[in-house]
Design a protein around this ligand. Structure first.
Ligand SMILES: [Zn+2]
Ligand SMILES: [Zn+2]
Length: 423
């Protein structure tokens, strides 16, 4: 992927913002596990590196250490890292003290804890990706767990991301389908970003949206090949996951890559964590949440006009759906009420544009369902260990765990009698 060409295309962007990102090198191809050292050297990555991985990721990356023979490294292999704890990140920060760079080998959690450690300790950061499972590779933030609550911490993008497409292709179908599901979430993200722009004048960039649209289309074109051991399909998914990560940094916001579906997924996650239950793969939940949200948003096409009104927020009712330990965070996200900033006249005037986006930016819900089945994604609540009650609760109450406007956050403020939040 030509990163420089992407930046060149966005020079003098009409949105008025100067777009840039930190990612210098992204290479994904067959056999690259044997060339990691060579690529890092060419990218002028430091020679003294602390390597962090987990047992699964390390097992599939055979040959990587041999490729790093010229490097002065120490390696830490964690047991299967399913959770990204802030405490692990601090541990890495301390252990990497005397090194100049951190190389993370793996996917989601391993990269997240390393990303934060590298940013905090001001170390160079590189990733060797082992599965195309989620959109965090090129992200400049890391969602980390503390007190069973997930908070997104500002970080820096890695400067180098390398992937061996044969390793990606051989990764479990569940992980590849999760990456596909994470990409589907971008459909909803685009609609929500537009709504934030129409309601509170939040910054928006059409060029970035077009970049995300293309990234999604490239993955959707591979739908039939996701479950196969196909290096080209796996590369297409990773390319798009990297691209949408870059889009977040270009916009200096997670808007281009995440909308209400990501928040719904995070709601499921924190409540499962609280109960000590494995919350499942990020992209698996995001895909399923996307399907639920698309079904809800599509119902709005029946309403050609709206009479939006202010929200009477019952914070006590919101508290009932969160742990008392998270009370302060919930207050921070909702007081003062972010919906108080909504310009109702502008929103009403743009309602046709919202409908247009729901019609054209979102796929038809049945079509989306079929695509997900073909790509091996989970489409039923039970298959993600979610009860209908819990799914509904997330659709209603998750928007209060972020300080951001989404269509799902304000759907009860549109002056529509019918309760559209249903399964
Ligand atoms: Zn722009
Ligand atoms: Zn995601």
């Amino acid at each position: 992927m030509d990163l420089q060409a992407i930046l060149k295309n966005l020079e003098n962007c009409p949105c008025g913002r100067k777009h840039s990102f930190d990612l210098k090198v992204y290479e994904a191809d067959r056999g690259l596990v044997h060339k990691v050292g060579e690529i890092l050297k060419k990218a002028e990555f430091p020679k003294k590196i602390y390597i962090v991985t987990d047992e699964n990721a390390f097992r599939v990356s055979e040959g990587i250490l041999e490729s790093l023979a010229d490097f002065d490294y120490e390696i830490k292999i964690y047991p299967d890292m399913r959770y990204a704890y802030l405490s692990t990140s601090r541990e890495i920060m301390e252990a990497a003290k005397d090194f100049d760079g951190i190389l993370s080998i793996g996917t989601g959690s391993v990269n997240d804890v390393c990303r934060y450690a590298a940013a905090q300790a001001n170390k160079a950061f590189a990733i060797f990706a082992t599965a195309p499972s989620m959109d965090g590779f090129a992200s400049d933030s890391a969602p980390l767990i503390e007190n069973n609550f997930k908070i997104s911490y500002a970080c820096r993008q890695p400067s180098v991301v390398i992937a061996d497409t044969e390793i990606l292709a051989a990764s479990p179908t569940e992980l590849k389908a999760a990456g596909y599901g994470d990409i589907l979430g971008k459909y909803v993200g685009i609609v929500d970003w537009k709504v934030a722009n129409y309601t509170i004048g939040e910054y928006y960039c059409e060029n970035i949206v077009n970049m995300v649209r293309k990234a999604v289309a490239d993955v959707v074109a591979m739908t039939d090949k996701i479950t196969a051991c196909d290096p080209d399909a796996a590369k297409a998914v990773l390319d798009s996951l990297i691209l949408t990560g870059c889009a977040m940094q270009l916009a200096k916001s997670s808007r281009p890559a995440s909308g209400s579906e990501h928040v719904v997924s995070h709601y499921w996650e924190i409540h499962k964590l609280e109960k000590g239950i494995w919350p499942d793969f990020h992209g698996k939940k995001v895909g399923l949440a996307t399907l639920l949200v698309v079904r809800i948003y599509k119902q709005l096409l029946a309403y050609k006009s709206i009479e939006p009104h202010k929200e009477n927020l019952d914070l006590e009712d919101v508290f009932k759906h969160y742990s008392p330990a998270n009370r302060d965070e919930i207050i921070g996200y909702n007081v003062p009420n972010p919906t108080d900033e909504i310009d109702f006249a502008s929103f009403k005037a743009h309602w046709n544009d919202v409908l247009d986006s729901i019609e054209n930016d979102l796929p038809d819900a049945d079509k989306l369902y079929d695509m997900m089945v073909k790509a091996g994604c989970v489409t039923e609540l039970a298959d993600a260990n979610l009860s209908p009650e819990f799914a509904l609760e997330a659709l209603r109450y998750s928007p209060y765990m972020r300080r951001r406007i989404t269509l799902l956050r304000i759907i009860h403020m549109l002056g529509i009698e019918e309760d559209l939040i249903k399964l």
